[in-house]
Design a protein around this ligand. Sequence first.
Ligand SMILES: NC(=O)c1ccc[n+]([C@@H]2O[C@H](COP(=O)([O-])OP(=O)(O)OC[C@H]3O[C@@H](n4cnc5c(N)ncnc54)[C@H](OP(=O)(O)O)[C@@H]3O)[C@@H](O)[C@H]2O)c1
Length: 164
Amino acid sequence: MTIPKLRLLLGDAEIRPAANEMELHPHLQQPELFRYVVEHGIVPIGYSPIGSPGRPERDRTPEDTVDIEDPVIVSIAKRVGVAPAVVCVKWAIQRGHVPIPFSVKRANYLGNLRAAVSEPLTAEDMAAIARIDKNCRLIKGQVFLWREGQSWEDLWDVNGEIAR
Ligand SMILES: NC(=O)c1ccc[n+]([C@@H]2O[C@H](COP(=O)([O-])OP(=O)(O)OC[C@H]3O[C@@H](n4cnc5c(N)ncnc54)[C@H](OP(=O)(O)O)[C@@H]3O)[C@@H](O)[C@H]2O)c1
């Protein structure tokens, strides 16, 4: 949910939402929505936390960037001795959201789980990753459009209002 939709929901809901599942990775940090969710006592859950490198073609555009190829992520990964994907997971946990990385490979999902219990990233690492936000939404949601002339941006209330 976006901030405008959450405002509407929170105005009416007798039972408040416990969590908001939202796309969160180093190239889409959504600081405003993240802050809003936390300030309202809602747990932010980050989907596609590694930047969804295996997502389907329908969710790819030429402008998309690749988190795990970002020089900042790659250089931290080399220094720490982990995969770039693990740096993304560590960043998420330390930032305070709940990442839900997907993997079908044992080595990869073990690496992602270990991210939660191994040496944390430094404050400098966290600050460097905060600076690489590109507002690059990867899971655009085209599959949820059903009317002629709609664009995927309409789903995300980019102008601060719910698109009609
Ligand atoms: N609520 C929603 O609208 C929404 C939208 C999108 C996604 N989600 C959920 O969020 C979860 C994750 O999203 P996602 O699958 O889009 O993206 P993701 O977790 O960012 O990326 C998954 C991809 O990263 C690879 N990977 C995972 N760990 C790795 C590692 N340690 N080293 C190298 N590669 C690694 C995986 O390949 P291997 O399998 O080969 O390791 C897979 O191709 C899914 O369970 C999905 O259902 C929810």
